[in-house]
Design a protein around this ligand. Sequence first.
Ligand SMILES: [Zn+2]
Length: 544
Amino acid sequence: MLRKKSSLLFLFLTCLTLSQSVAQTVEQPKLVIGIVVDQMRYDYIYRYWDNYSEYGFKRLVNEGYFCRNVNYTYVPTYTAPGHASIYTGTTPSMHGIIGNNWFDRTRNKTIYCTADYAYKTVGSTSSAGQMSPHNMLATTVGDELRLSNNKKSKVIGIALKDRGAILPAGHTANAAYWFDDLTGNFISSSFYLNELPAWVNAFNKENHVQKLLNNSWELLLSPDKYSQSNADVNKYEGMFKSETSPAFPHRLPLLMKDNGGLGLVRLTPFGNTLTKDFAIATLEAEQLGKKGTTDFLTISFSSTDYIGHQFGPGSMEMQDTYLRLDKDLADLLGFLDTYIGKKNVLLFLTADHAGVENPAQLGDLNIPSGYFDSEHPIDSLKSYLARSYGDTLVLSYSNEQIYLNQSYIRSKNLNLENIQTDVAGYMLKFRGIANTATASTMNTSEFKNGVKSFMQNGYNQKRSGDVLINYEPAWIEFSRTGTTHGSPYSYDTHVPLIFYGYTIPKGSNSEAISISDIAPTIAQLLNIQFPNACSGKPIIQLTK
Ligand SMILES: [Zn+2]
């Protein structure tokens, strides 16, 4: 009897608990905004801090939660893998975006990450819209949001770069929009829609790009405020075509002709302003966050990357770009205050990779660095292989990976693993190469840390090459001006990550966080399924 009573009590309590939880609705923010700043190094937060306004980066840091030790955990640290990893919560080994381009063995040619000729450009006569996310093998957090509520949520991606818009938005996105150099329009692909919405056409007709390029690019502040940067004229930065000096002001109307016409906007901070204006237009026109289900907008600011490549982290141009991006962020945050309110929007800001200080400048400061030119080493390798095996064997060298002619190797009954080992040993003799590893090693061993773990996280068994190469720190294959990225070193992997709005507490931490942790954190805050190949974990300070 006693036992029966207690089980009745248990039943009563269980029902009470269940009815309570049923009565509550699942908590979600009305709007999620993911911001990627292309090539933003962690140190730009503090390097330029004193000259930021109170309303952009400083507002995010002061009112949000700043994760100060967030790193990429794979190579190569490039744009497409970065964007895919942020939103799928995993690494190229699983989401399959192993580079911006890669050699496709089945088609025997190099393919572009989002190219898809099954689709047409929407909004231009150019081919810039023949794109889809098809090569990305995993779902994004936006896909999981759409799956969670029978596609009631809207998910839209925008960026100047196609890959910066397409990969974050995912497979089930309502739309992705990116910039078309030919027309200066934001365009899309027939993968998403058959014609541009009226509001996108209206935005395009307003000639934003032409207006942004009507004036010179001048310094935002007086020159003495740029003391964190090199002198305006120095040998470490590139110039626009037809310029005779890299000095401010950059006379944009005159530069258009030789620098890609309307596409010049990409190489100026005004490309970020254009992106911000289009983001606000998207929020308003699509009424994101205003329809009762959570919507998701992904924004990628691409100009920071183009400018970084041309001028490098030490340039006044880079500093000026971040001071101006700070203003654009302030505009966006201010807009969100009145549009939807801070507590209704969950926002994060991070980067798809960082970048190295100009190696020539590092060299002049006695810091080991260098420039790798793969042409001679690869030619030398081909000659060696021809002598040893009767064929040059190298089909491609891309993303620091050597692709061997496997069908020739099979047809001659040669041992692929032995040849990989031979190539890996041969390449080590060249200056600037720090490590090599074979695909066979990647397939048969599991690396938990160190350079080989970065290689393994970036290694996709079907898409990656036969021999993987890692350069020494501050060695790049690039021009001697400006910078690039791609390595497993801190200068390329360490990026800022700030969460803001909704239930995000104020604070910061210095715990080691992987870039793969962003998507499961967002998923946890939305109470939805993690992306389907997710290998990251939620950041517990934000989700408890
Ligand atoms: Zn990038």
